[in-house]
Design a protein around this ligand. Structure first.
Ligand code: GLU
Ligand code: ASP
Length: 529
């Protein structure tokens, strides 16, 4: 067997924990990139909504939520375009470097306390992430031969890098932005204490700088991956793949048109609470789905392919609902932590944004355990659809916890902040969300690739990112309704819980149908048993 040969092959590079040396370069670059992303994200919503007197922008949640949602949706929407540019022209390696530079400039722009630089910074971080995110992961895949059994394990190691960065950065950026001790320190240096937020953003930029530095130092380790198509020897003998098909171009055209439409419309009606919120959701969803259907028509798919596409759209919907809940971590849940929880541990009052580190550290702890569980269960492990359902149910349980905590806040809306609850409620919520993430996130990408018709694999990966994008967007809208009021929060969080758990149960009920489409992808006969 070729896999066995690969495993025994003495020529394989195993110098980084049994993996190719190049993985270490990509691991640390992505660790620092995620450090910058999650560090900035931990304080972004708080900065937008803090009073001007406290150094923030003084926006209402109603305004900040949709702006944040638009930013976060773009971050997961643009990698589709960045991935295409790399496949078609510049190669993943160069795209990743360009992305890193643009991201770094973005964070440094945010470090300038001027509103124009704030918007510029958000745009740069989103565009830079578009260049970097999908391409750096593509290079991880590229490190392994087709039959190399280490590939999945390589991605797990890479995922650890992501979460290591995501764990450390809220601690650093949150401390700089929110702590009294650092504010006092910069006063001593002659700075305005209100600028502490901007030191937090600058720290994110410094993190990305380290990522770039180590990407350059380690570039010889990734000499053979991420090449542009013109220099890639592997493409010489292969027929044009999915990435170069007209189908992919059509999809891209529609997506670019949608992106341009969003930008133009937003520029015309710069009013976050109305126009953008109304425009973005339908444009992104409709363009994504139209692209899928058009591509399918062009590729003359078989009946069974169409059925499997149907399943992908079903999974897309459920995935969106999961991220809608999960991605409120940095907005509503962050605001909840800031305004309504007592963040004291062993007598030390820590910055509320430190709670953003709870999910990544739990991922690092629980990912190996869940991985081991699936391995142990082998054939008896639940199907992908059931794993999605479990993820949604755990996601919903997290909201049951926080709805209950909200109901314990004082009933007096004037003084709700005077009756805070303990931060442990949020830890419990993040525990539920982490288990959910581990049942859904690693499964999602692989089930998209398993279900996608051969010619449409790249497109389906894009669809996966679109579901995260849309989920982030809806999360931002829900955060727009955040008010520090016990009754309102209890009702909002209960609704989110019900939607997530209800859709999880629904998915579990229809899962036998979904599983049948999985196991017999080639069968063209009707689906009756
Ligand atoms: N939180 C992870 C990241 O930032 C995963 C998001 C995803 O599922 O792609 O890379
Ligand atoms: N767990 C997220 C990502 O994996 C990181 C985060 O949300 O902080 O990997």
């Amino acid at each position: 067997m070729s896999t066995a040969t690969d495993q025994l092959d003495p020529h394989l590079d195993r110098s980084f924990f049994g993996h190719p040396r190049g993985l270490s370069t990509l691991f640390f670059t992505e660790m620092w990139e995620r450090f910058s992303f999650y560090g900035m994200r931990a304080i972004l919503f708080l900065y937008m909504t803090k009073a001007v007197a406290d150094g923030g922008l003084g926006w209402t949640e109603e305004y900040a939520g949709p702006v944040y949602g638009l930013y976060a949706a773009s971050v997961y929407f643009l990698p589709l375009i960045g991935g295409w540019l790399a496949d078609r022209f510049i190669g993943a390696k160069r795209a990743t470097f360009i992305g890193g530079v643009v991201i770094m400039l973005g964070h440094f722009a945010l470090a300038v306390p001027k509103i124009q630089f704030f918007y510029l910074g958000l745009v740069l971080v989103a565009v830079g992430t578009g260049f970097l995110k999908s391409n750096i992961s593509a290079m991880v895949g590229d490190l392994y031969g087709k039959a190399d059994v280490r590939r999945d394990a390589g991605f797990s190691v890479f995922y650890m890098g992501i979460n290591l960065g995501a764990f450390f950065s809220p601690l650093v950026c949150g401390y700089l932005a929110q702590s009294d001790s650092f504010s006092n320190f910069i006063v001593g240096l002659g700075f305005d204490p209100h600028n502490s937020w901007h030191f937090g953003f600058a720290a994110a930029g410094v993190g990305m700088f380290f990522g770039l530095l180590q990407y350059l130092i380690g570039r010889k380790n990734i000499a053979t991956v991420g090449l542009p198509p013109s220099e890639n020897p592997r493409l010489k003998n292969e027929p044009a793949g999915t990435n170069f098909s007209t189908a992919y171009l059509t999809q891209l055209g529609i997506l670019v048109a949608a992106a341009v439409a969003i930008v133009i419309l937003s520029a015309f009606y710069w009013d976050a609470s109305t126009a953008i919120t109304k425009v973005l959701t339908p444009v992104v969803v409709v363009s994504g789905l139209v692209a899928v259907i058009l591509t399918g028509m062009q590729d003359k798919l078989s009946v069974s392919d169409w059925k499997r596409l149907g399943v992908i759209i079903v999974l897309f919907t459920f995935s969106t609902l999961f991220w809608m809940g999960f991605e409120q971590a940095s907005t509503s849940l962050n605001a909840f932590a800031d305004k309504l929880t007592i963040t004291t541990l062993f007598g030390y009052e820590f910055p509320s944004s430190w709670l953003q580190s709870v999910n990544p550290i739990m991922i690092i702890v629980f990912a190996p355990i869940i991985g081991y569980l699936w391995l142990k269960l082998g054939e008896r492990q639940p199907s992908d659809a059931i794993k999605f359902a479990i993820a949604l149910i755990f996601g919903g349980l997290g909201y049951v916890v926080i709805a209950y905590a909200s109901s314990r806040l004082g009933a007096d809306p004037e003084n709700v902040a005077g009756s805070k609850v303990t931060f442990w409620w949020l830890v419990l919520l993040y525990f539920c969300h982490t288990i959910g993430e581990l049942c859904l996130s690693p499964v999602g990408l692989s089930s998209m690739t398993k279900l996608a018709p051969a010619k449409m694999v790249s497109l389906m990966l894009g669809v996966w990112f679109l579901s995260i994008s849309l989920g982030n967007y809806i999360a931002g809208r829900i955060a727009g309704a955040f008010v520090a009021d016990s009754a309102v929060l209890t009702s909002t969080f209960t609704k989110v819980a019900l939607i997530m758990m209800g859709s999880g149960i629904l998915l579990a009920l229809v899962s036998p149908f979904v599983n049948r489409l999985y196991s017999k992808p080639q069968v063209m006969t009707p689906m009756e048993p």
